[in-house]
Design a protein around this ligand. Structure first.
Ligand code: CP
Ligand code: NVA
Length: 304
């Protein structure tokens, strides 16, 4: 049966570990010039209904490195933009391609695509989650800290797609997760239910960023207004005052605490330029790891 990557809620700890281990292996091979044309002759269709730099370039480059081909479909310029039903698009792409990556708004669109395509579907970001990003994030933290289990992951800001995936991914890998979100901007109820579903999960959702940051081993943040929420920008800037990752907040964390940001970053809003630049190495390692984590996902889902 074909497999998809639609959301981290669908994955077990073992499956996430397999993806991370495969990513390590593929990264090693690529850095050492080892042949890795595992997807020779295969095509990945990439549907984008929102902007992207990292996701587009890392999927396209990853597919090329694996010996396959990636093709870009803009939501606006394809028939999707003129209202062709997602289930028809799915069945057409399923006849030509070997996998589909989609970045869109509703999680239901991705689930619908996967239901009808007959080929693996990979979620490249929805309003609900960003699984590929968080797989890269877990890979980066594991590279820097050697383990994930027992570390404290802190998330400061909007309870958005990144928060949702970080909570699920972090808890799944045995991390303690503390999120600080302003009232009215909590993570998705399905994610909060997941957090509560297992007594082994160490999770807290608080309003005070200092409480979440205390004793953290890695601090994550993300933009205050995600793609599609541009008209709420001013209102969100007011709501998120005090939710900036700055040196005072970092002073409360554990020694050697990492900072991660999925990017693009807004210096002076969710993170200061000072903290960003002090942790630039880790943040751009994280960006690089999109390539390796996604190659692992494509390898595991699309290889014969
Ligand atoms: N982090 C991330 O998904 O970046 P892009 O929006 O540039 O793809
Ligand atoms: N939360 C952000 C992530 C961008 C990669 C957004 O959805 O715009």
């Amino acid at each position: 049966m074909k497999k998809d990557l639609l959301k981290l809620l669908d994955l077990s700890t073992e499956e996430i570990t397999t993806i991370l281990n495969t990513a390590d292996q593929l990264k090693y091979e690529q850095k050492h010039g080892i042949h890795q044309k595992y997807l020779e002759g295969k095509t990945l269709a990439m549907i984008f209904e929102k902007n992207s730099t990292r996701t587009r370039v890392s999927f396209e480059t990853g597919m090329f490195q694996l010996g396959g081909h990636a093709l870009f479909l803009s939501g606006k310029e394809s028939q999707i933009g003129r209202g062709e039903p997602i289930q028809d698009t799915a069945r057409v792409l399923g006849r030509y391609c070997d996998g589909i990556m989609i970045r869109t708004f509703g999680q239901d669109e991705v689930e619908e695509l996967a239901k009808y395509a007959g080929i693996p579907v990979i979620n490249g970001l929805t309003d609900f989650c960003h699984p590929c990003q968080v797989l890269a994030d877990l890979l980066t933290v594991r590279e820097h800290k050697a383990v994930l289990e027992g570390l404290k992951l802190c998330y400061i800001g909007d309870g958005n797609n990144m928060a949702n995936s970080l909570i699920v991914g972090g808890l799944n890998m045995g991390m303690e997760v503390a999120a600080a979100c302003p009232k009215g901007y909590d993570p998705d109820p399905k994610v909060l239910d997941f957090a509560k579903s297992d007594p082994a999960h160490k999770f807290s959702l608080v309003r005070n960023p200092k409480e979440a940051a205390a004793g953290a081993d890695v601090v994550f943040t993300d933009v205050w207004a995600s793609m599609g929420m541009e008209e709420e920008k001013a209102e969100r800037e007011r709501a998120f005052q005090g939710y900036c990752v700055d040196t005072d907040l970092m002073a409360l964390t554990n020694p050697g605490c990492m900072v991660q940001h999925c990017l693009p970053a807004h210096r002076g809003e969710e993170i200061t330029a000072e903290v960003f630049e002090a942790h630039a190495q880790e943040i751009f390692d994280e960006a690089e790891n999109r390539l390796h984590a996604q190659k692992a996902v494509m390898y595991l889902l699309m290889k014969d």
